[in-house]
Design a binder for this molecule. Structure first.
Ligand SMILES: [Zn+2]
Length: 424
């Protein structure tokens, strides 16, 4: 399916979509009501082209039907539960039948192959295990491939480094910020991480800019491969970069992508940026139709250099939700990150604080000096400020340079970089 002619892929998509719609309509009250309200029956959705007749599914729908109201199967048939890490309110609960787990494993196994790994490789899985889909999701895909999994989980960084060295891990899966932290700890422990057999870092769960990827590749002497997914759709494994590193292939026989204008919900022209909307095509316990991911991307349908025909999405550097609005100016944290990574004099760590003082928003950015920095702080401050105001079209009210190691590293889970203190 990865290299099938697109017409053949479309036939598979249409056939699976019809089954998915039937399942959602018959077994999920929420979807039955949606269809009824719009005067539709499952027969009206014959092809993926008919999807636009349906409204979107949103994260609020998951919240409103907490915990398992979106499930199309009874708990008897559900063999595993995961939950998304919601920052506010209740988590989104997701469930899988054994068939669903098999599909997920295959999707992740494909990802690993696309990233350049094979059955002979050893993969150290440093994603957190538990309700988070990252740990077990990667784990089962590594086993499906027939590679060797080291289920080390998140944290315990010194042991991670020892395992990398002692077991000669070929790959590690973790967040991009953790990959950099790993390099620092390896340094402190006296290892030259570049000399280790490690050759691939599969990173996900956090947005990663291109300069951040370059930093990871340089510091660790690896290929940095971006993987994408979300619990509501399946977990990690919806898409991944191939070795060309030119967009993430979406496994379109399992997940159907659309890109829409986040404000109007209308489809954008091919190649234009918009919000990614996904429909599951091969999931029984939790069929999801037109889910608004909140992630901004573009789609490219050209056949990739690697020979895969399935569509590529741009790597996600911003979520619609992450947009920061300060005194009427909009920007994404990734724009700050790209500036931070431009300067050799500072380390690739930063935090953004937004406060409201006297009814006025104040933007404060904190960056960390490189370990060997011995130049003029005021000169560096003004150069960074100048770049920030060019990129953000806005000059931060305060730019703090702190000593190396003073911005908290995240060993487990996603790094928090933005602290919005307004309204608190
Ligand atoms: Zn490719």
């Amino acid at each position: 399916m990865e290299t099938a002619p697109r017409s053949e892929l479309r036939e598979v998509q249409d056939e699976r979509l019809q089954k998915t719609v039937q399942n959602a309509y018959e077994n999920v009250e929420f979807y039955r009501e949606v269809f009824d309200e719009h005067g539709l029956t499952p027969d009206d959705i014959e092809s993926v082209e008919d999807l636009s007749k349906l409204p979107f599914t949103t994260k609020e729908d998951f919240r409103d039907h907490y915990p398992t109201g979106m499930f199309a199967r009874e708990m008897d048939d559900v063999v595993r539960i995961h939950a998304s890490s919601g920052t506010t309110g209740k988590p989104k609960i997701v469930g899988y039948t054994q068939d669903d787990l098999d599909v997920w494993s295959k999707a992740v196994a494909r990802c690993l192959v696309a990233s350049g790994l094979g059955p002979d490789d050893v993969v150290q899985n440093a994603y957190g295990y538990g309700l988070f889909t990252g740990g077990l999701g990667l784990h089962q895909g590594i086993e499906e491939l027939g590679a060797t999994v080291i289920p080390i989980g998140g944290g315990n960084t010194q042991r991670q480094v020892e395992m990398l060295a002692d077991l000669g891990s070929d790959a590690i899966s973790c967040t991009p910020s953790y990959a950099l932290y790993l390099a620092e700890v390896a340094d402190d422990m006296g290892y030259d991480i570049k000399d280790l057999p490690l050759r691939v870092v599969i990173f996900g769960a956090e947005p990663c800019t291109e300069p951040m990827r370059e930093e990871i590749e340089e510091r660790l002497g690896v290929k940095g491969i971006d993987i994408y997914g979300l619990s509501e759709i399946v977990g990690p494994g919806v898409s991944i970069e191939c070795e060309e590193q030119n967009g993430l292939h979406i496994w379109e026989d399992y997940f159907y992508p659309e890109v829409v204008d986040p404000n109007t919900g209308d489809p954008v022209e091919e190649g234009e940026e918009g919000e990614l909307v996904l429909t599951t095509l091969a999931k029984d316990a939790l069929p999801v139709l037109r889910y608004r991911t909140g992630d901004l991307t573009t789609l490219n349908y050209d056949t990739c250099e690697c020979g895969r025909t399935c569509v590529r999405m741009d790597n996600i550097t911003g979520r619609a939700d992450d947009l920061i609005i300060v005194r009427g100016v909009n920007f994404y944290p990734s724009e700050v990150e790209s500036v931070v990574l431009e300067f050799d004099e500072i380390a690739p760590h930063y935090r953004i604080d937004i406060r409201r003082e006297d009814n006025l928003d104040k933007l404060e950015i904190t960056v960390e000096l490189a370990e060997d920095f011995d130049g003029s702080r005021s000169d560096l401050t003004s150069r960074i400020q100048k770049r920030l105001s060019n990129v953000l079209s806005f000059t931060p009210d305060k730019l703090d340079l702190v000593e190396y190691g003073n911005i908290a590293r995240t060993e487990v889970g996603k790094v928090q970089r933005v602290y919005d203190h307004r309204g608190q």
